[in-house]
Write a protein that binds this ligand. Structure first.
Ligand code: AHR
Length: 624
């Protein structure tokens, strides 16, 4: 192939192209990114969290009373906070019994590391009760221990630090009262001190680091379907997710489990700041899910119009909470939570894959107009739903144009062939209309594996997004995280269990694009020795410049079964010869374990390079 890059022929493109979509699906939050190790710490699990009600999924879930002469029950009288009404009652007739928490299928512990233990407790028998707090293996062998005293008859937070002496995948937390009496317990918590950036109430360091390594320019959260829920009472309300953990309001997760809200809006915004990404919170457009995709019951009502003012106020308050100074009501609440400086929110997503019904449009307009009036600088991102036959995509676009939306969120999950054959999808888009945020996409094969075939189809498509980076300003693969054995949706970018992280081949495509993005796109001429369309569409080139480092970045995708000798000519520069880094991701189409390999090469204005069959190559030429 002959590739001629014309440095005189360029256009500005978005410098925010690659980001991530975090949804609390597949145990992505509790039991996942949120580093809390105790499951059901607030005793708030409820049979109603599960579709069809599961009687075993209740306040006792993940907790076990072991031993005799003790009773473990649940009460709601005079709780720590009304938002968190259930708590445990432990009545000990004779010491010996213990209360054990199994974590999220076990607690992963590391030898030599410290863990922050805390709980709210009160003694209801008018005496001090000493409690051993232990880290154990499933057989009860102790690998770490401390002692706390429950002496107050009023709720009191008790904290301690425990060191683990051993590595364990399957540990337990045990509370062992040392005298007879009765105690009440709530918000029983165990956190590694080694969280991402050492934040309290923080994130699992290994998972957060993998996300940070993508160099995402934005994070969309908390969904997806989680954002709008499957009924009015299931809409995600950001105000329920901030403040002290014991006052946050847990909620049924639409994906059939429980959201403690320990990972709430403060933590999402903090994470964005920690990794240099723009926060993109998504709020419901005044309607819950109306599609079948997240269990919505089809056409159904939205928030009653008489309640919309209050709902809209919540959204305006979110912007004030994120951006207001300490003198504003909500800015002060953010400052008191530990973040005096504004978070500098620039984007707000309204809606997710909604039916573009009258009910939706009416409520969307109200929210949009209110945000536009009070915060004209906030870029509102609307939704046009999933692109597929019979979807509301067309009407979504009409509506977006009618009301002059700055940006819309598109979603599509399609076979690799669709991505290969639709690389011109955005070439035809109106440059004067709303910009595009491609909020969810993935190449789907039967059984939803992620392999070199899907990853390269996504890479081909990403080169087309870069070419259209004047109209497509952001893109995020979906969803980000999935816990093994708790996965409701495939494919996902990173799989994990309690102690391991397992990035997919597609993860490396996102990372290579995220780390090698630019803000200037150069057009190039490509001549292949075989110009048949089936060949042409399986080969792509994208050349960008990173305006910060001034590096020139050449990406090439070869989805053909044969290697390609490329002759690359760069027009518009004085003669040069330079070292460059070259990263290659290659493998058989069904390879799920391919990993990028890096080497140094020498490049010049005219150089030859061999692209392996089924490969993605990034050549980064410094400062030319
Ligand atoms: O990514 C999983 C789900 O797919 C999201 O919640 C929804 O937006 C889409 O249908």
């Amino acid at each position: 192939a002959n590739i001629t890059v014309n440095l005189e022929d360029s256009k500005s493109i978005s410098d925010k192209m690659i980001g991530v979509f975090f949804e609390d699906i597949n145990y992505a939050a509790d039991g996942g990114l949120y580093a809390e190790l105790v499951q059901n710490r607030g005793f708030e699990y409820s049979p109603d969290d599960k579709k069809g009600r599961d009687p075993n999924w209740n306040s006792f879930y993940a907790w076990h009373l072991i031993g005799e002469h003790a009773v473990f029950s649940i009460d709601t009288v005079n709780p720590v906070h009304p938002n968190n009404p259930h708590y445990a009652v432990l009545r000990i007739e004779k010491p010996g019994a213990l209360l054990s928490n199994e974590g999220f299928n076990g607690i992963a512990l590391k030898a030599g590391e410290n863990y922050d233990f805390s709980m709210f407790a009160r003694s209801t028998t008018d005496k001090k009760i000493k409690v051993f707090v232990r880290l154990t293996d499933p057989d009860g062998n102790v690998v770490g221990q401390t002692t706390v005293n429950v002496r107050s008859s009023k709720w009191k937070k008790i904290s301690a630090v425990i060191r683990s002496e051993k590595d364990l995948d399957n540990g337990r937390l045990e509370l062992v009262p040392q005298s007879a009496g009765s105690i009440n317990l709530d918000m029983v918590s165990l956190f590694p001190q080694n969280t991402f950036k050492g934040r309290k109430n923080g994130l699992r360091a290994d998972l957060a680091q993998l996300i940070a390594d993508i160099n995402p320019k934005f994070v969309r959260f908390p969904g997806g379907c989680v954002a709008h829920g499957d009924g009015l009472d299931n809409i995600y309300r950001w105000k329920n997710t901030i403040g002290p953990l014991e006052v946050r309001k847990p909620q049924r997760n639409i994906w059939n489990y429980h959201q403690s809200m320990g990972l709430g809006f403060y933590e999402y915004f903090q994470f964005c700041e920690d990794i240099g990404a723009e926060p993109i919170p998504i709020v419901a457009a005044g309607v819950p899910c109306q599609n079948s995709s997240c269990g919505g019951a089809g056409q159904q009502g939205g928030i009653p119009l008489s309640d919309m003012d209050a709902y809209i106020q919540d959204i305006l308050d979110l912007i004030e909470w994120a951006n207001g100074d300490k003198k504003t009501k909500w800015g002060r609440i953010r400052a008191e939570a530990g973040h005096p400086e504004p978070f500098n929110l620039k984007y707000l997503g309204i809606g997710n894959e909604d039916l573009i019904s009258h009910v939706f449009e009416e409520r969307f307009r109200l929210i949009y107009n209110a945000v536009k009036e009070k915060y004209p600088d906030i870029v509102v991102i609307g939704t046009v739903g999933p692109f597929s036959e019979g979807s509301d995509y067309e009407r979504g676009w009409e509506f977006a144009k009618e009301i002059g939306l700055p940006m819309v969120d598109e979603h599509y999950y399609q076979p690799p062939g669709w991505f290969i054959h639709n690389q011109d999808f955005y070439d035809k888009y109106d440059r004067s209309g709303p910009k595009v945020y491609l909020g969810e996409y993935a190449a789907h094969l039967p059984g939803r594996p992620q392999n070199i075939e899907t990853a390269l189809a996504e890479a081909l498509y990403l080169t087309a997004l870069e070419r259209n980076g004047d109209v497509v300003v952001m893109a995020s693969y979906a969803p980000l995280l999935a816990k093994e054995s708790n996965t409701q949706w495939n494919p996902d970018l990173i799989y994990f269990n309690n102690s391991e992280v397992k990035p997919t081949v597609g993860y490396y495509i996102q990372k290579l694009f995220g780390q090698n993005s630019g803000n200037l796109y150069y057009f190039s001429d490509v001549n292949l020795s075989d110009e048949r369309e089936s060949v042409r569409k399986r080969f792509a080139v994208s050349v960008v410049r990173d305006g910060v480092s001034n590096d020139l970045i050449v990406k090439m995708v070869n989805l053909l079964p044969a290697k390609i000798e490329v002759h690359l000519k760069i027009n518009g520069l004085d003669e040069f010869s330079s070292k460059a880094s070259c990263i290659i991701l290659a493998g058989h189409p069904d390879d799920t374990n391919a990993r990028p390999q890096e080497k140094e090469i020498t490049v010049s204005n005219n150089f030859d390079h061999l692209l392996p069959a089924y490969s993605f190559t990034v050549i980064r030429i410094p400062e030319i």
